[in-house]
Write a protein that binds this ligand. Structure first.
Ligand SMILES: *Cc1c(COP(=O)(O)O)cnc(C)c1O
Length: 439
């Protein structure tokens, strides 16, 4: 529940469990049962039957019986992660988090104020995870005018009293910086019982490990391959980091492709060992328009052979100079590449015209880079992180047609909204939270 550790760092388990002996027993499990098995390796303070009930409730809201089905499209396998309430993969973790928090708050009789920064999809998924709940209030900051109109409506059209949308005059990185500032103000943090739902929250990563196992089992069964590859469109390094942990747990992943748009800071790092902050470029895959990848710090822990002092030094260097240079990059299964808008649009068009399958622009980034970096030696699973209807304009630009619809999105147009504009200043945000809580 803590989100950020009290010294400003991120939390990780002390050790990563070895799942190799369990793979055979797990391969035929349904999604929910698999989730329960995987969580049980990391969670020792919630009874299994309670955990099972929390998981069941969390995935009841999904529109597909398999939760995250894997669909073959030509030579690749598309892992559809967008069947939750807000049509993006973030629902997989945030539906669970809302229920986990509720259970833990009921246990202790406490309330919680969640603060979140969003580049678009986290916000609406987090809001739908906690809307209408008694013990949770949520404050979501998005960069004003820099999320898609649909993403904005998915957040601001939720009028529940425990939901507060803040449109920040700044970038996503500014929003994320404010969240960190609020958490590092220990007095404010304790007084207002702050909670985090951004991927700095470990439970989110944990929830995302599950679908790597689930998809690998489906595809190994379908193809008789003994290893698989994944390609993951990346912004904050949360999703791909969950895949990296699945690899460390022993899932036979031959290759894990980290794919970025023009915000290629992570791709550059993996190909040079230099992590250098730059300016954010606005693209058609806005959920990946990020420079400070919050979960990269967790990867650095493994780069540093678990030397937390070294991680601290690197993170301080980043803050001071805007650059981290590690002596070498230990890739393990990770490979990285970037792509540009023209290629992404071309990929969407190609998959629609040749295979009748519509990729959202984030997924298309993953597909385009994954295909470039992988031959056919092992099956390639492409993570589909959003439903194309969330990014209708990009689909129109790519295909020349108005193809991307979903009833959940279409009903948003003209819906009443509530949102507060605010400067990119932690003080302004703390003042807003104080006022809302004390009302
Ligand atoms: C958040 C998001 C991503 C990036 O995920 P990270 O965990 O931040 O790397 C990619 N695609 C979509 C649609 C997203 O919402």
């Amino acid at each position: 529940m803590a989100g950020l550790a009290r010294d400003g760092g991120l939390l990780l388990p002390e050790s990563i469990p070895n799942a190799r002996p369990l793979l055979t027993a797990w391969r035929d499990l349904e999604y929910q049962d698999l989730a329960c098995e995987i969580f049980s390796l990391f969670v020792d303070d919630i009874d299994t039957h309670i955990l099972r009930a929390i998981i069941a409730r969390s995935y009841n809201t999904f529109r597909h019986p398999e939760i995250t089905p894997v669909v073959p499209v030509d030579k690749i396998h598309v892992l559809e992660l967008f069947h939750g309430p807000t049509l993006a993969f973030k629902d997989v973790a945030l539906q669970l988090l809302g229920n986990l928090f509720e259970y833990l708050l009921e246990e202790t009789g406490r309330d919680m104020n969640i603060v979140a920064a969003t580049s678009g999809d986290t916000g609406s998924a987090a809001i739908h995870g906690v809307r209408g709940r008694q013990r949770q209030r949520i404050f979501v900051m998005h960069p004003r005018g820099r999320v898609s109109p649909v993403q904005e409506l998915q957040m601001t059209s939720v009028l529940d009293r425990n939901v507060h949308n803040l449109a920040v005059d700044g970038t996503f990185d500014d929003c994320q910086e404010i969240v960190k500032a609020l958490f590092n103000d220990l007095e404010f943090r304790d007084r207002y019982a702050l909670g985090a739902v951004n991927s700095i929250n470990w439970a989110r990563i944990l929830a995302q490990i599950v679908y790597y196992f689930y998809a690998a089992f489906r595809v190994m069964e379908r193809t008789s391959a003994d290893k698989v590859r994944f390609t993951v469109p990346t912004g904050n390094f949360g999703d791909v980091f969950a895949g990296y942990l699945a690899f460390r747990m022993g899932l036979p992943i031959d290759r894990l492709v980290l794919a970025t748009n023009e915000n290629r800071i992570l791709a550059t790092y993996f190909n040079s060992g230099v992590y250098r902050l730059g300016k954010v470029a606005n693209t058609i895959s806005p959920s990946m328009d990020i420079q400070v990848a919050s979960n990269f710090e967790r990867f650095l822990y493994f780069q540093a052979n678990s030397d937390t002092g070294q991680v601290r030094t690197w993170m301080e260097q980043l803050k001071r100079t805007g650059v981290i240079i590690t002596p070498e990059v230990k890739h393990d299964c990770l490979r990285a590449g970037d792509t540009d808008t023209a290629t992404t649009l071309r990929t969407i068009k190609e998959y629609w015209e040749k295979y009748g399958y519509l990729l959202d622009p984030h997924t298309a980034v993953g597909v385009s880079v994954g295909r470039r970096l992988c031959d056919d030696a092992y099956p390639l699973i492409a993570l589909a992180t959003a439903h194309p209807a969330k990014f209708g304009e990009a689909i129109r630009n790519a295909t020349g047609q108005d193809l991307a619809h979903h009833p959940e999105i279409d009903r948003l147009h003209g819906a009443p909204t509530r949102v507060q504009q605010i400067p990119a200043d932690p003080q302004a945000v703390t003042a807003f939270i104080r006022k809302a809580v004390e009302k």
